[in-house]
Ligand binder design. Sequence first.
Ligand SMILES: *Cc1c(COP(=O)(O)O)cnc(C)c1O
Length: 402
Amino acid sequence: MMRPSLRERVEQQRVQRAALGRTRARRTVTRRDGVRLEVDGHWLTGFCGNDYLGLGQHFAVTNALQDAASREGAGGLASHLVCGHHVLHQQLERELADWLGYPRALLFGSGFLANLAVVQALLGDEDLCVQDRLNHASLIDAARLAGCRLRRYPHADAEGALRQLRSVPDGAALLATDGVFSMDGDIAPLRELALVARVQHALLYVDDAHGVGVVGPDGRGSVAAARLGVEAVPLQLATLGKALGGYGAVVLGEAALIEHLAQSARPYLYTTALPPAQAAATLAAVKLARKDQWRRDRLAELIARLRAGAARHGFELLPSDTPIQPLLCGEDARAVAMAQALEAQGFWAAPIRPPTVPEGGARLRITLSALHTASDVDALLDALAWAREAVERGYRADAAQA
Ligand SMILES: *Cc1c(COP(=O)(O)O)cnc(C)c1O
């Protein structure tokens, strides 16, 4: 028997991807200035980033990064348990735990790694992981890699979660959900899920990558917004690369659970620590995120302005109160054409296609930042209206830009 060729398989998949119009192209940014991004020699107004509070280029944040880098260097040196753990990591963990109201925090190289760590460190073959259908890919992969039984429930359906937990009554169970859903912008029904977890003796884990900094009192995220804490949600994830404008992630939780991760989670043990300079930058960003309520107030105004304007123009945005404001396009080609037409008007919103979203759910993922102005939003709305007409007339930009 002939072994299949991996190169041939790759080629088949390339052809298939191209036939479906799902080949993705990276755009190369040559300069960033707040929400403006320079691409191919043109400045675009970005409605595509996750720097919701506009902290990534704040002078206090970049100064902290430069300061610490000049003293401590650019790298992470080693894993935390070898010799990579630095007092700047410790300070950041304490600041995050204090802000979010958790006993302990543990830093990770990224949110993706943190999700792998949590699920793998807790669950084995006999166990159960129950997840929302629209959870982030890293949570799904985490359960697959852990080898546990994975059951998914319809989006935001707490009763569905209950049914899935009941269907596998033996085995320890983790109920995992995004707090704010990354491609939809809506918020999980956390109070209902907490109740389900309690009656089913499951542990509730909330991945609040897009919520922390943005929603809830003092920006403490969707768990705090639901008036829940460590008792109902013994573990939660926040990323440092979104509203906090940096890179990395943190898992917050009960002290014993966090200690277990630090002792046994492979994506914690066998990877280089975040550079201390990056921790210093995020420490500065957290201080700003806690104190600058105006950034969240500005976001709320911009969200309301975008939604009201979209309704006036007859655009249907998915229901969302967060800075993630998706405009459903349906077909892949339509989402891509809309994005291209927007770019021709000087705006960048990312077309999101399957498999990142369900089939038929292609969309423009419009995201807002506290650095946008009301006139940026108004100009985007005009550009969207122009794009819709242009696409209806069969607008096609250079295919190379897809
Ligand atoms: C972005 C994201 C992650 C991954 O975080 P990174 O730090 O970018 O690896 C995990 N979960 C959700 C819901 C996300 O949106």
